[in-house]
Design a protein around this ligand. Structure first.
Ligand code: ASP
Length: 326
């Protein structure tokens, strides 16, 4: 339940950060002209290794699209990352089902959802974008397409994930997405040509209902890129990002003049205001604008993100609604 303290904090934040007048008082970004500098940002600590791989592409002058695909393949293949790809938590029936999407600077996008037994959903999503007239393939159809494209069918349920699932079966406690049972990787990059792309990939909420699809493969909810403005991605309770088309909202707020952090904050406040009981959930947004500025905001403290550019690599704690000093 939302406490009176949380309510007062939300009211204070809403009062302070209303968007009224934002587009009038804050100039659009058009006036800023400087040489673009490559940068990549991604959600959570596993973003550090993913960014490093993406940076290999960007540092050589490669395309942002190639960078984000290369980057997120790292946690997809890493069984120690329990929330993405191989080794990800299964659903209630003990089946690992994966969601992913990718979007480039030309508004091209591709997506797969409820994909099983294929280790790299992000690369399948890219091929949906490049080789089909569609944006999204799901389930068996997505798998058949992947197999036709040369992907191998493999077991993604590791012994560790299987043991955890069996332990979970004993009490079958439905888990709300809060802070410890999820962690999608969303990655946003700008290349040396100043073009933006993004990728998002996940095994979704641990022990979700079989067939559940979250925000991560949904263009606009889990990821959005507008090469004129900026890009955004999301992590946390996917249902909330779907209801608010959250990543698209963040990009539109940047279009109105908000900084990346302010845009993420406004999207979080929108969710909190509509939800009431927001204190028991986590959502986090991460955004990068066309000037290479970035920022993030979540409901709960603990949402961090990784940044890599020519200055090096860092992990930053995102600000949060419940961590705000109001
Ligand atoms: N957004 C993901 C989902 O709802 C969860 C996460 O961020 O890990 O599937």
């Amino acid at each position: 339940m939302r406490s009176r303290r949380d309510f007062l904090k939300l009211s204070a934040l809403l009062g302070m950060t209303g968007l009224v007048g934002l587009s009038k008082t804050t100039p659009a970004f058009a006036a800023v002209k400087k040489q673009p500098e490559a940068i990549v940002v991604s959600t959570w600590e596993h973003g550090l290794a993913a960014n490093e791989a993406a940076w290999q592409v960007l540092a050589k002058g490669g395309r942002a699209l190639d960078a984000v695909e290369t980057g997120v393949r790292v946690p997809e293949a890493d069984p120690k990352v329990r929330t993405v790809g191989y080794g990800g938590y299964p659903d209630r029936d003990g089946i690992v089902t994966l969601d992913a999407c990718i979007m480039d600077e030309h508004m091209n996008c591709g997506s797969v959802a409820f994909l099983q037994n294929i280790k790299h959903p992000i690369s399948v999503a890219r091929l949906v974008m490049e080789k089909t007239p569609h944006v999204m393939l799901v389930g068996e159809g997505a798998k058949q397409f992947a197999l036709q494209q040369g992907f191998k069918e493999e077991n993604l349920l590791t012994a560790e994930s299987e043991a955890d699932w069996k332990a979970w079966l004993k009490d079958q406690k439905i888990q709300q997405i809060n802070i410890e049972n999820h962690d999608t990787i969303g990655m946003l990059a700008m290349d040396a040509a100043g073009n933006l792309s993004g990728a998002c990939t996940t095994s979704g909420a641990a022990y979700k209902m079989h067939g559940r699809v979250g925000d991560s493969p949904l263009i606009g909810a889990g990821l959005y890129v507008d090469n004129d403005i900026g890009a955004a991605t999301a992590t946390g309770m996917g249902e909330l990002m779907i209801k608010t088309v959250g990543s698209h909202l963040v990009v539109e707020l940047m279009r109105q003049g908000a900084s990346p952090e302010e845009a993420c904050k406004q999207a979080v406040l929108r969710i909190a205001r509509k939800l009431g009981d927001y204190a028991q959930f986590q959502v986090g947004f991460l955004a990068l604008n066309k000037q290479g500025q970035y920022g993030a905001y979540g409901i709960q403290p603990g949402f961090n993100y990784a940044v890599q550019n020519k200055a090096g690599s860092t992990l930053i704690d995102g600000k949060s609604l419940l961590g705000a000093k109001v």
